[in-house]
Design a protein. Structure first.
Lengths: 114, 255
């Protein structure tokens, strides 16, 4: 993939994250911040389909943005063909792993495992 | 090892009637022989018009002829005498001692370049990166074949790129660039500014080729827009602005 395409994704995920995280924070304020973090409310959030789609989107956007940012930092720290390939593929693996781990909570809640 | 000396009356190129003198600290380093650089210290008289290059040449003439320094035109045109002067990349021929406002002047080789010896650095990478962006007009026809004999441009079209054409390849921008300090593969502000110089030229048809060259993992996107390249340019070129314009092309804001 071209670097300009990657950077367009990088900037796009940053902007979209800001918008969705703002909605996420505003939702905390609807029932009072402390109450919104109570066990039952958190589970209720995970069972609400529109809200869970938003949480999943935030997770994907931040994982893509964060791991690409880490890739850029690591590429600037050190150079070398093998190292750069390891960093690029490592970032993709890290991204997928983080999204998988975050999604696991949502899936377990909706399967009644929590 | 430090050597403190003063110039004898009869030998000095700068007259000793000069009431002022500075301590000139010159970095001495031969990568083939030395493990680390050392500073040699010389007391040099100066007038208000004396440049750092003239002071270094005085030292070469009277104290230590082994000091390695590259210079040629002495008028900020050839771009040969770039060095760190009191910690900032400057042209030695274009920097007056009186303007430095310091009793001690420390000269070192430019950062982000391999040291050949003392104040002289290797420009191979700079020229290779400059060459990589194809710094010439790309088009199928040539002025020799054209009926008009030359490719005409309006003043407005010239205005688009003319400041970038002032680059003298002195390497000060690359020396000041914080990204180049860690990323040795980064194409650098000098080459990027020259890429913009040709992309913005209405006579050039190689925009897509050049944009492809700089659109790689150590290309234009590694610039953090610190702007230090533009601050140190002795010819008033603004590489940081050129880089932002190039990004505009790549992001689709410019065509």
């Amino acid at each position: 993939m071209k670097e300009s395409t990657i950077m367009k994704i990088h900037y796009g995920t940053a902007l979209a994250s800001v918008g969705l995280v703002a909605v996420h924070i505003l939702m905390r304020l609807t029932t009072g911040f402390a109450d919104s973090l109570s066990y039952e409310n958190v589970l209720a959030n995970y069972r609400s389909v529109p809200y869970v789609i938003m949480l999943e989107l935030i997770l994907i956007l931040l994982a893509v943005h964060g791991f690409n940012g880490l890739r850029v930092i690591l590429l600037e720290l050190k150079q070398g063909r093998v190292y750069e390939k390891a960093v690029s593929y490592g970032s993709i693996v890290g991204m997928i792993a983080l999204i998988g781990y975050g999604s696991r909570t949502i899936i377990m809640t909706n399967m009644g495992m929590v | 090892m430090a050597q403190v000396s003063s110039i004898a009356d009869e030998q000095a190129s700068t007259p000793l009637s000069s009431p002022k003198s500075i301590l000139l600290r010159i970095s001495k380093f031969n990568p083939k022989l030395d493990e680390s650089s050392k500073f040699m210290e010389f007391t040099v008289p100066y007038q208000k018009w004396t440049t750092v290059l003239e002071a270094i040449l005085d030292v070469k003439k009277h104290f230590d002829h082994s000091v390695a320094v590259r210079y040629s035109c002495r008028q900020a045109t050839c771009g040969s005498c770039g060095m760190m002067i009191n910690g900032k990349p400057k042209l030695a021929c274009f920097t007056k001692i009186s303007e430095l406002d310091s009793d001690v002047v420390t000269v070192e080789p430019m950062n982000n370049f391999p040291v050949i010896r003392d104040l002289t650095v290797g420009f191979e990478k700079l020229f290779a990166k400059h060459q990589k962006i194809q710094p010439y007009l790309i088009r199928d026809d040539s002025e020799l074949e054209s009926d008009e004999r030359e490719f005409l441009q309006s003043p407005e079209e010239v205005e688009q790129y003319i400041q970038f054409a002032n680059c003298i390849k002195c390497g000060l921008c690359n020396s000041a660039c914080p990204t180049m300090a860690t990323d040795s593969s980064f194409v650098g502000p000098q080459a990027l500014a020259q890429a913009y110089r040709y992309v913005a030229d209405s006579r050039d048809k190689g925009k897509d080729t050049r944009l492809n060259i700089i659109d790689e993992s150590h290309g234009i996107w590694r610039c953090h827009f610190a702007g230090s390249c533009s601050q140190v340019c002795p010819k008033g070129v603004d590489p940081a602005m050129g880089i932002q314009f190039l990004r505009g092309y790549l992001l689709g804001f410019r065509s």
